[in-house]
Write a protein that binds this ligand. Structure first.
Ligand code: BEZ
Length: 388
């Protein structure tokens, strides 16, 4: 016969087991940032993290009723370390959600790991087409753009401005190749063509020989994709080489976003295309910029917006399942259904999980990339190869 206190202990243990899922739901949600903290994209990673945390702060430090515990890995924008780095978040820290990253090559490895482990992944920058193409998955969404989107729009704008012969210059990696492809597609549809593609290895910034080549070819325009510290150097070198006077320089907005102060007069007046412009005069953007400036004593940029919206997308998913990570499929589906009230303007996610969004033509003026026009309205990435 079992003694009463043994029966009581067994009953208590059973109760504790039953109570576990609820306890797990009140435990902090583990968010793992895999972003660059060093190297040419370090400032971009910092702004993404700041934007994400700002939204969480605005919600009182919780999303879907769950407090947040942050984990971080510096991915160094190095694809050769990506598998090890993402493994630290998935296996060592056992995070619920990964937010990352900036560099397309690193993000591709992360997307493969997320597909395999079924970990939720929100990509807050890297535009690699494959992520919302052949690698698309229900547990992966992007809060930023595909490399094709701003590039295609710039091709359209350049063609309409009468560019017949263009030269492209960028790094030799996934984002570089895709941005050139998108620009070429937009330009060719509008009467122009790319006559030469110039490349250098990532993250090289020795531009001189390529600038000499541009000067000798005399194209109607140059299209350049660089970002972060490298964009600062490229724009300054282009100007110092005397090319700005004779050959218009175009690019996706990364060429001048978050970099205008460092670029100084060399960047003033440059036209770029992107899904954000600093001076969008909407209550949503004005409130966001004020809140960001108050929190960080710094001016927001597109990377901060993408981090902020990553947190908004996660928040919407968590709210739909009342913070219960046990309902991961329902959470992921709710993340895709959201209409994001973004500082860039409202946007939705495509079936493949990529923003469907307006791409703006902007012009660098003072410290701002100012809105000039909508270059292409509600542009959806073609999502070639995505099967869900
Ligand atoms: C990319 O690698 O996809 C990327 C990096 C910086 C800015 C934009 C795109």
């Amino acid at each position: 016969m079992t003694r009463p206190f043994v029966r009581q202990a067994a009953a208590l243990a059973a109760l504790a087991l039953l109570a576990l899922p609820a306890a797990a739901q009140t435990a902090p949600l583990k968010v793992g940032f895999m972003l660059p903290a060093t190297g040419t994209f370090a400032a971009l990673g910092d702004m993404i993290e700041k934007g994400f945390k700002l939204h969480v702060q605005e919600q009182g430090g919780t999303l879907g009723g769950r407090s947040i515990q942050y984990f971080s890995v510096d991915d160094e924008s190095d694809p050769s370390k990506a598998i090890d780095n993402v493994g630290k978040l998935i296996k060592r820290d056992q995070v619920d959600v990964i937010v990352g990253t900036v560099h397309s090559g690193v993000a591709l490895a992360m997307a493969r790991a997320a597909r395999e482990s079924k970990t939720l992944l929100i990509v807050p920058n890297a535009g690699a087409g494959e992520i919302t193409g052949p690698l698309c998955a229900p547990n992966i969404v992007r809060s930023s753009f595909s490399n094709w989107q701003p590039a295609y729009a710039m091709g359209v704008v350049a063609g309409r401005r009468g560019v017949k012969r263009a030269i492209t210059i960028t790094w030799n990696y996934a984002a570089g190749a895709e941005t050139v492809k998108g620009f070429t597609e937009g330009l060719e549809k509008n009467g122009g063509k790319v006559v030469k593609e110039l490349n250098l290895p990532f993250p090289n910034v020795e531009f001189q020989a390529l600038l000499t080549e541009i000067a000798s070819q005399k194209p109607d325009a140059v299209y350049a994709f660089f970002a972060g510290a490298a964009a600062v150097k490229f724009v300054k070198d282009y100007n110092a080489a005397g090319l700005r006077k004779s050959i218009p320089l175009y690019g996706p907005g990364f060429l001048t976003d978050g970099t205008l102060e460092a670029q100084g007069p060399a960047a003033q007046g440059l036209l770029t295309t992107l899904h954000y412009a600093d001076n969008l005069d909407t209550p949503r953007n004005n409130a966001f910029r004020k809140s960001f400036a108050l929190a960080y004593k710094a001016q927001a940029d597109v990377y901060a917006v993408q981090g902020y919206d990553a947190a908004q997308i996660l928040g919407a998913g968590l709210a739909a399942v009342k913070g219960d990570m046990g309902q991961r499929d329902a959470l992921a589906a709710a993340m895709r259904r959201v209409t994001v009230d973004s500082p860039r303007g409202k946007f939705t996610l495509s079936a493949a999980g990529n923003p469907v969004q307006d791409i703006y033509l902007r012009q660098a003026q003072g410290r701002n990339n100012e809105f000039r026009a909508v270059a292409v309205k509600a542009l959806a990435d073609p999502a070639r190869g995505c099967k869900l």
